[in-house]
Design a protein around this ligand. Structure first.
Ligand code: FAD
Length: 399
């Protein structure tokens, strides 16, 4: 088995790492000051540099304005971008826009692609994805209160959504709504493109998360759809195919997220080491000299490397054999990597002492923002149940 990275890809990864360190990491203090609006001009300038370097939108094919990276390559790029919170945004491959662009690419009509995909892919606009509802368990999304009723050539949408990431400032939303209530439960809902400034679509608030109000791209919106009238031609894909399309979006999306989390872990292990090497406990001893800190560093590095091997293997299986062949792996990487991330950030905060809980380092941002990794895109428990169910079934069949 050959684990080496081809020279041309490694060179690009090295260049991207340098760009992230030199151009994006210095912006972190402004982000920590909760200043999204004040940061957008600087981020736009960095985006132009990324476009000029030919790195823009690695998740999209060349014909759609991207660089057409393979899934494994995309994972490796995502790891580099994950080292700082604005990495994916500056490279035009941030969630939820990346997944929405992929949906438009796969299922959009020509008119939908012209109107939504072209400006989205070039970074002129942002979007959001509205599936989860406060009244229903999101881990079983086939239960859904939002309905889209046909009236002439239009749908009239009524519903209540929340945790629509980046809804603040988004130009359009992909809204999941029940269009076929009498069909089997996985064939009831459709995805509908809704302009966020149209009548009947209202962003009621940015939901504060762990004491942080959120704004712009770094926000999660609560959305109300009231008598929201959109032409039937705004439906994405087949009527009733919403859940099937959402499922398709998950495989590559998980690789993006997991490799982004591993990028965070790598940076955090470096921060751990740097601090341990400089923090003097007394005249003769640094934090790095203590065995317990050495154990935390070693455990963190080992957990990071094992999760990384599984994620890259999963990317390779999806790339070579398709999503179905990687189904259990995709569930495993979700909970393994999210928990690895949480443990490593927690250890780093402990090593930094009081400094670790301040906003003088990036650790507190990740501790706050990334706790949710164990919840969104399917909570840990749902993925564990799915893996166990398949293993038990296979074992029962074999026996
Ligand atoms: C930061 C963040 C960003 C998000 N972004 C988006 C977005 O852009 N668009 C969108 O539509 N949604 C988004 N979500 C919503 C997310 O998809 C849901 O939170 C997730 O699907 C879980 O649904 P729920 O919160 O309703 O939890 P529930 O379904 O109510 O579950 C609550 C808890 O119960 C446990 N649980 C659930 N099922 C089982 C089971 N079968 N067995 C045992 N235990 C179980 C889990 O521990 C789970 O955390 C986001 C959420 C967060 C936190």
């Amino acid at each position: 088995m050959d684990f080496s990275i081809p020279v041309d890809i490694q060179t690009r990864l090295d260049d991207i790492r340098r760009f992230v360190e030199q151009e994006l990491v210095p912006l972190e203090s402004r982000l920590l000051a909760a200043d999204w609006d004040g940061l957008t001009d600087a981020l736009d300038e960095k985006r132009s540099q990324v476009q000029a370097a030919g790195w823009w939108a690695p998740n999209l094919p060349v014909g759609a304005g991207g660089t057409g990276a393979s899934l494994v390559e995309l994972g490796l790029i995502s790891e580099e971008l994950g080292r700082t919170p604005t990495g994916h945004y500056v490279f035009g491959c941030q969630a939820p826009d990346a997944g929405n662009a992929e949906l438009l690419l796969l299922h959009g009509s020509e008119k939908q692609r012209d109107r939504y995909l072209v400006p989205l892919a070039s970074g002129q606009i942002r979007s959001c994805f509205c599936m989860t509802e406060p009244e229903f368990a999101g881990s079983n999304p086939v239960q859904m209160g939002t309905v889209a009723r046909r009236e002439g050539d239009d749908y009239i949408i009524e519903g209540h959504k929340w945790f629509a990431t980046a809804a603040d400032g988004a130009r359009f939303a992909i809204v999941m709504a029940v269009t076929n209530p009498d069909e089997a439960k996985h064939r009831r809902a459709s995805m509908i493109l809704v302009d966020c400034d149209q009548d009947g679509f209202s962003l009621e608030r940015n939901i504060p998360v762990m004491g942080h109000p959120g704004s712009g791209y770094f926000s999660h919106g609560e959305v109300r759809l009231t008598q929201c009238r959109v032409p039937i031609s705004q439906r994405l894909g087949e009527e009733g195919a919403g859940f099937i399309m959402a499922q398709e979006r998950l495989g590559p999306g998980r690789i993006h997220h997991c490799m982004r989390w591993l990028g965070i872990c790598r940076r955090v292990v470096e921060l751990m080491c740097d601090y341990a090497l400089t923090r003097q406990l007394n005249a003769d001893t640094k934090l790095a000299d203590t065995q317990i800190v050495q154990a935390w560093i070693a455990e963190s590095a080992a957990e990071l490397q094992s999760a990384r091997a599984l994620v890259l293997e999963t990317a390779w299986i999806i790339q070579e054999k398709g999503f179905k062949a990687a189904r259990d792996n995709v569930s495993m990487i979700k909970f393994i990597t999210a928990n690895t991330l949480q443990r490593i950030v927690d250890r780093a905060i402990q090593i930094h002492g009081a400094l670790g809980v301040t906003d003088d380092t990036i650790l507190s941002f990740w501790y706050r923002e990334e706790r949710a990794a164990r919840i969104y895109d399917g909570p840990d428990e749902v993925h564990k149940l799915a893996v166990a169910r398949h293993l038990l079934k296979a074992r029962a069949r074999a026996g």
